[in-house]
Design a protein around this ligand. Structure first.
Ligand code: CO
Length: 174
């Protein structure tokens, strides 16, 4: 059975908190990753970070090809060790900021160290879409949202929409 978690949206304070490093690679972590995967797939996303489901931990699920088990990554305690000088500006969206899209400039290639669900260390060079998704999710783990990285003009344009999102957040009493 699918175990769908509630996705927190703009205005929820948990999205602004720094996630804590994972120290115990136990059954609870595996369960969390499985629930996050189900939640990401149900929402048709390509990435989901633990703060987006209300959990302040350095945990993310990434899949640039939704549904393809070969491209699925469970990322725990990621560290970006380097990135290319070459950048590109590509439109992004976020499950936590519904109905907002905008171009974000990011390095095209990154090098990443992370652990998997069993605590095993991995090193990965990622380019293009995968590199972009990973950077977007690492931002979430540090309390940063893609809207923070939009141009000043674009941020001005979406100000009203963000206010609306934050207000509906308050009405839900969180
Ligand atoms: Co996001």
């Amino acid at each position: 059975m699918k175990d769908i978690m509630m996705i927190r949206t703009y205005g929820d304070k948990v999205l602004r908190r720094q996630g804590a490093a994972v120290e115990e690679f136990d059954a609870g972590l595996v369960e969390l990753l499985g629930r996050m995967l189900d939640t990401m797939m149900a929402a048709e996303g390509v990435g989901l970070a633990a703060p987006q489901v209300g959990i302040s931990k350095q945990v993310a699920v990434v899949n640039p090809e939704p549904g393809n088990p070969k491209t699925l990554l469970y990322i725990v305690n990621p560290r970006m060790t380097s990135c290319s000088e070459e950048t590109e500006s590509v439109e992004e969206g976020c499950l936590s900021v519904p109905e907002v899209r905008g171009k974000v400039e990011r390095p095209v290639e990154i090098e990443l160290e992370y652990q998997d669900e069993s605590g095993k260390e991995h090193r990965l060079t990622a380019r293009g879409l995968l590199a972009r998704i990973i950077q977007h999710e690492i931002d979430h783990l540090n309390g940063v949202l893609f809207v923070d990285r939009l141009s000043f003009g674009k941020r001005t344009m979406i100000k009203g929409k963000l206010k609306q999102l934050a207000a509906s957040q308050k009405n839900r009493g969180r």
